[in-house]
Design a protein around this ligand. Sequence first.
Ligand code: NDP
Length: 454
Amino acid sequence: MTQYDYDLITIGAGSGGVRASRRAAALGKKVAIIENLRVGGTCVMRGCVPKKLLVLGSHFADDFEDALGYGWTVGEPGFDWSRLITAKEKELDRLEDVYHRILKDSGVEEIFGTGVLADAHTVEVDGKSMTAETILVCTGGWPKMPDIPGIKHAITSNEALELAQFPKRVAIVGGGYIAVEFAGIFNSFGSEVTEIIRAPQILRGFDEDARQTLAEEMKKKGIDIRAETVVEEIVKDGDGYLLKLKDGGVLDADLVMYATGRAPNTHGLGLEEAGIALDEVGAIKVDEFSKTAVDHIYAIGDVTERLNLTPVALAEAEAFANTVYRDSPTAMDYANVASAVFSQPPIGSVGLTEDQAREKADIDVYVSRFTPMKYTLSGRDEKTMMKIIVDRETGTVLGCHMVGLDAPEIIQGIAIALKCGATKDQFDATIGIHPTAAEEFVTMRDKRPAPGKD
Ligand code: NDP
């Protein structure tokens, strides 16, 4: 045993922290993990998991309608928001118990409280000091909102996931993942939704065809996307709110939600005092092995603002354990990480966008748009878009994007092909599964004319 209380103290019991702690404990290390909220972190308690449950729940609205086209007679469907929220909470409680159990079974000691660094080997929790040879910071992020008058009236995704009452009119500010996902949830459950974005289009950074397709489909569903619109003030108005816009307009809503990005949780942790460098957005600066400016202190997950996705935090945790405890320095590979937006319809995406690919190579682009088979009989007016971006010289597939039913499920498989460096010829040599939407990825043959050449 060293002169320290623990081999590893992990601050933050989200996906990354729990995984790294379990791995270290499995390798015989004495580990403590400190958490001041619920074990499971953002993804399990305040993000991906509860959000996906609400997306799944809201989709039944379409499913009841679509059933008519298949001969079903569906009575007037009723919906009880509080029953859904109660069921969702029960599932989160179950998952939290699972997390407590796996930590216990792995021999990781859980400590409830806020961990603050006192020095490079010492953490204080509510006045109690403890030392460790290695410290891992994975405190995640937290929603951030602009400081405008009346912002106190707005909620974030944290509160949106546990609203006591279902709102009739919702205004959502922001055009990122969270904003479009909640616009879809509220819209499908029957709210009137206005999404206010300061940019000309939703989902900056995504492929243009994906952005445009999703925006069109959202509008068809009745979501009012107000582009290039800025909220200057939020005023309480009876039971609702007035949003005063920069262009002089006014919007009213029963609920105002801001999804204007997340900030790394680095404040008040004693990081700078311990000599840990932060970047301009307050994220912890780390090297390729997730080591901070201080030896023995590492950081992974959203607090480092590299690629804020749960599976990336898990992979960073594995790389940390290999580096520190298996004598096998491992740098995380961020290439071709697939991601999804659980909008309605959803987006799946892997590799480069068309704009990014054009910067790097001469490319060919293949795009297909079609009505999914499910909607032929139901008559739903919703299109699927699929796109493949290919390096013209090498034939390597650089990016695949899809908007439509099952896009995240389909793109997960396609991501394996991209990770293996697949070429368009290999996509074409793959026999499709018929009849599926996914087969379109191996049957697209017509290149889209290059810009300015049609
Ligand atoms: P994003 O950074 O994705 O989007 C923020 C949005 O808010 C952008 O549209 C941005 O506009 C806008 N915005 C920022 N500041 C202001 C402001 N002051 N006034 C008005 N609009 C503003 O953040 P999210 O909160 O949506 O998501 C946070 C992170 O969570 C993401 O980075 C993602 O990694 C993760 N996440 C992943 C999910 C998934 O994988 N399915 C789901 C949900 C979250 P502009 O484009 O003009 O900058």
